[in-house]
Design a protein around this ligand. Structure first.
Ligand SMILES: Cc1cc2nc3c(=O)[nH]c(=O)nc-3n(C[C@H](O)[C@H](O)[C@H](O)COP(=O)(O)OP(=O)(O)OC[C@H]3O[C@@H](n4cnc5c(N)ncnc54)[C@H](O)[C@@H]3O)c2cc1C
Length: 471
């Protein structure tokens, strides 16, 4: 299917509805262009708060407003749900797929903000037992597994098995791992305290491990040590220079620096280590005049964030590799703003691709929460921690959340969780826990098979009732 175009305005296709994609579309608001934003998710996901969905503090809707509704009033944007499967830089088309429907969208300018996925460093089989933390599905699955482990521990009378079910291992001591470990510790000591009859949730063991020798390495030694001390005070075991060599149903195998291996029996494992860029990066690079990708699959873009030989094809956000630009929301927002403004300039005839000013990143700093009322933050050379850092974290996250209603409900949820002991989003369903594994096993044809099944059912019903079917 080809998208009909009524006019012949400059056509911009944006791939992705994350920080990069949504920013690009918004910056083009008053431009004389037709924007088509294509994303495989129908929402704009605020990834930095995913761990709070996993920990039962926030609902998925609070951190993932519907993109179509966010952009409802911006008349020059059309939002399409679809998984981009092909980009043809010569024909200037993008092909996306929704269930078994294929859509071809032509473009004059393209902004690719397809982000990154979890990387298991070549051990994708680990994913079955240790879900990552990149999507709403991941966060809900983790919530199901975390709370499910407490439930399963309550049921067993075997002490060894109970201990295994009450052992939670987070792999990766970056911001996500630190935040997740801290939240599980608080969940057990505050929220769930007194809620079980057989087990004491406070007996649970939370282990944060990393192959690197420090916690939060990109934030420097000082803040890393502070975060580690705070975690340890909360009862989290921090195991560093510990490389995961195997993950299975029963636990995790770890290799220490002396080469010896040990087992950690545990039911609930979470993977917050490493990312792999979207395969769309490689697809574009291969069609360019010599642009390459790095080991994580990110595109080594030109100084103006384009690929060689295609001055109107921009790659931004986690998918781009630019020295000094971290894979963070600010990198994506600033890169997308730069790309969209460059397109706007070219429409006015003010853009000579050969003489474009290079993209310049402005470092606004980074932060991570460790527990309620405690965070670490770094803004260039300035480092701070504790309550002040936590307040800064709170204000900034509220500022960047999209939508007033979401901000309001988030403040209420935080009041309940941080001032009190409660958490409002503790429901778990079978779908959360089993759906991903079953879908993965069903393979890439699962969606098509389901659609075919539904059509057959529909025909049967139409024949039985004598009414003509539409499917
Ligand atoms: C758990 C977690 C915590 C984080 N915490 C922080 C933090 O505290 N501070 C910070 O600054 N950064 C943080 N980050 C990093 C930050 O979220 C990313 O740098 C940022 O989201 C990158 O934006 P992006 O637009 O490049 O990609 P994303 O936001 O990942 O968006 C990618 C978009 O592309 C879509 N997409 C992907 N493939 C396709 C396809 N084939 N077809 C169609 N659509 C596709 C996706 O559906 C999505 O909408 C965190 C990330 C994670 C995962």
């Amino acid at each position: 299917m080809s998208i009909p175009t009524a006019r012949t305005r400059h056509r911009v296709v944006v791939i992705g509805s994350g920080f990069g994609g949504l920013t690009a579309a918004k910056v083009l608001k008053r431009a004389d262009v037709d924007v088509t934003l294509i994303s495989k998710t129908n929402s704009h996901l605020f990834q930095p708060l995913l761990y709070q969905v996993a920990a039962g503090i926030l609902s998925e809707g609070e951190i993932a407003p519907t993109t179509r509704l966010v952009l409802r009033k911006q008349k020059n944007v059309r939002v399409l749900l679809g998984d981009v499967e092909a980009i043809d830089l010569t024909a200037q088309t993008v092909t996306s797929k929704l269930i078994d429907m294929h859509t071809v969208t032509p473009f004059d300018s393209l902004i690719v903000a397809a982000g990154a996925q979890q990387s298991y460093f070549g051990n994708d089989q680990f994913a079955t037992f240790a879900p990552g933390m990149k999507s709403i599905d991941d966060a809900l699955e983790l919530r199901g597994r975390i709370l499910g482990s407490f439930e399963a521990a309550e049921l067993t009378t075997d002490q060894v098995e109970r201990d295994r079910r009450l052992t939670f291992v987070v792999v990766g001591a970056g911001p996500t791992g630190v935040e997740l470990a801290g939240q599980i510790a608080e969940l057990s000591t505050r929220t769930l305290a007194g809620a079980y009859r057989t087990i004491k949730p406070t007996d649970c063991r939370v282990i944060l491990l990393d192959a690197a020798p420090a916690v939060l390495s990109p934030m420097g030694e000082n803040l890393g040590r502070k975060a580690q001390r705070r975690l340890e005070k909360m009862g989290v075991e921090v195991q560093l220079s510990a490389m995961v060599t195997n993950v299975d149903y029963w636990g995790i195998t770890v290799q220490d620096t002396d080469g010896s291996e040990r087992r950690i029996p545990c039911a609930c494992k979470m993977w917050a280590a490493g990312i792999q860029a979207s395969p769309l990066g490689k697809m574009i690079a291969e069609q360019s005049d010599g642009t390459e990708t790095d080991r994580a699959g990110r595109v080594l873009v030109e100084p103006d964030l384009t690929v060689k030989g295609h001055p109107h094809v921009f790659v931004v956000g986690d998918l781009m590799a630019v020295p000094g630009v971290p894979g963070m929301a600010q990198g994506a927002i600033q890169g997308a703003t730069y790309a969209a403004k460059t397109i706007k300039r070219s429409l006015k005839g003010h853009d000579d691709p050969a003489r474009r000013k290079a993209f310049k990143y402005f470092d606004k700093g980074s932060m991570a929460t460790v527990s309620r009322f405690s965070a670490v933050a770094k803004v260039r050379k300035l480092e701070f921690s504790g309550f002040i850092a936590w307040l800064a974290w709170l204000v900034l996250h509220l500022y960047y959340l999209v939508g007033y209603k979401n901000r309001l409900t988030t403040i209420i949820a935080w009041l309940i969780a941080f001032a009190g002991r409660g958490r409002d989003q503790m429901a778990i369903t079978s779908q959360m826990i089993y759906a991903r594994v079953i879908l993965t096993k069903a393979g890439p044809h699962a969606q098509g098979a389901l659609a075919a099944f539904e059509r057959a059912e529909h025909r049967e019903q139409a024949e039985a009732t004598g009414r003509p079917g539409t499917g």
